[in-house]
Design a protein around this ligand. Structure first.
Ligand SMILES: C[S@@+](CC[C@H](N)C(=O)[O-])C[C@H]1O[C@@H](n2cnc3c(N)ncnc32)[C@H](O)[C@@H]1O
Length: 264
């Protein structure tokens, strides 16, 4: 078992490394390797069973300082994952498309995303938080032929993301937009919705989507509880009159798990 003190020290150290590397992002690939190493280290840390017990002890402490550290880590790691996608997009522009372990981890899970509610060529898929390197839209469109729309709140992510789609997704039905779900005409026709795990307001958007979507829509909410909540926004209770949890896909070796919701 990892001692609680060592565990807490690791958290503080990760927090400092995230701050340092987020500050050093300058829209070039200058600090890319360092951030890749950090994200890989962090992914291993939060999927390491041996840290589970220390996490449980930490939860029992109910310390406001520790709570703050956990919330900060969630925010900082989300920011750094978004930056890492920017690096990957910038590297692709420069002709260097190697894949860090973190991306292999994400890519290998996309197939299981919708459990028993599989995507077909007729499906219309919306991804909330498409990022600068839109792997999910690319893989879905490539494998199924479905129409995919990705939305993001970050101008740079949309610009870089479109470039990636142009290079890797030629001929695929993928669109990336900086737009909200209520302003997007596509929302009313979507059959499948995926929420990126690091979208802080994902449950507020889910609530909003109830009135905007058709009755058969299925929602894949990426999330992380317990130790994984250091890297993901966790699962939340939903309005039982509106959404029903129909499947919970737990993936011990992956950085996030997936909850599937359908309308009641
Ligand atoms: C790490 S990235 C994408 C994750 C990864 N591509 C995937 O497939 O899971 C998460 C993105 O979510 C975006 N984001 C955060 N909050 C959002 C919101 N409320 N609406 C849309 N996008 C959001 C961020 O700007 C960031 O680009």
């Amino acid at each position: 078992m990892i001692a609680l003190k060592t565990f807490q020290e690791s958290l503080s150290e990760f927090s400092e490394r995230f701050d340092d590397l987020a500050e050093r992002y300058d829209h070039t690939i200058n600090n890319c390797s360092e951030l890749e190493i950090l994200i890989d280290d962090y992914s291993k840390f939060i999927t390491n069973e041996r840290n589970e017990e220390a996490w449980e002890q930490l939860e029992l402490q109910e310390s406001s300082d520790l709570n703050q550290l956990v919330m900060d880590l969630r925010k900082k790691s989300a920011l750094c994952v978004a930056i890492m996608e920017k690096y990957r997009a910038l590297k692709l522009q420069d002709g260097n498309a190697e894949i860090a372990d973190y991306f292999k981890n994400i890519e290998s899970c996309i197939e299981e995303e919708f459990g028993s509610f599989q995507i077909t060529s007729e499906s219309k898929v919306l991804l909330v938080g498409s990022g600068s390197f839109p792997m999910t839209p690319l893989l879905i469109a490539k494998r199924t032929g479905a129409e995919v729309v990705g939305i993001d709140i970050d101008d740079e992510a949309i610009k870089l993301g479109r470039n990636v789609v142009k290079r890797l997704g030629s001929g695929l039905n993928i669109r990336l937009e900086k737009i909200s779900v209520e302003d997007l005409d596509f929302t009313k026709d979507v059959t499948h919705i995926i929420f990126s795990s690091t979208v802080e307001s994902k449950y507020d958007i889910l609530d909003q989507l109830y009135a905007l979507t058709n009755e058969n829509v299925v929602v894949a909410m990426r999330y992380g509880n317990r130790l994984k909540s250091l890297f993901n926004y966790p699962l939340r209770e939903v309005d039982e009159q509106r959404w029903k949890l129909v499947e919970n896909i737990i993936r011990p070796d992956h950085v996030f798990d997936i909850a599937l919701y359908k309308k009641v």
